[in-house]
Unconditional design. Sequence first.
Length: 190
Amino acid sequence: QLRRKRLSDQLRLSVDEGLRLALVDPLTGLHNRRYVNAHLSRMSDRARRTGHGYAVMLLDLDRFKSVNDTYGHGAGDEVLASIARHLRQSLRDLDLIGRIGGEEFLVALPDSSLVEGCRISERLRHEIAQSKITLPDGQMTQVTISIGLAFGGTRHDDPQHLIDEADAALLCAKGSGRNQVSLAQHTNAA
């Protein structure tokens, strides 16, 4: 019976770990795209029910390829992990934070106004630009981010539509010189 219990416990731990890995990015410990999409849908439904809006930010590290080319991929991994730690420390527990691609992160702020979304986006952008990141070999580096910001919940926004709008705004921020926040088109008119 003890052997069967140990096997059962090991199997349960293995299943639990598999489920965790299905929802979490192993490098940063943040939620992955699969979890983000499901959670964002629930956030959107809640916003429609309550009438409280939410902000969606797409953050992308500027010129990240040069970090990997200059310092190596281990250093690039440390930069990504450092940005993830900074986001977790700088945002509320109820905010959704995920790594959705290479050097791209998504942050969703439930029960937030457009003004709050702009303020928090600018604060994150500024803090990250000022932060020094210690690389595995002891060298220090700094990175900047560009942010695309969209606001939803006051209309019947599909969460993917907001992500697409934030992505278009992110491309605008990158095209306008990087290290800045750009507002989605529909948000400017709202």
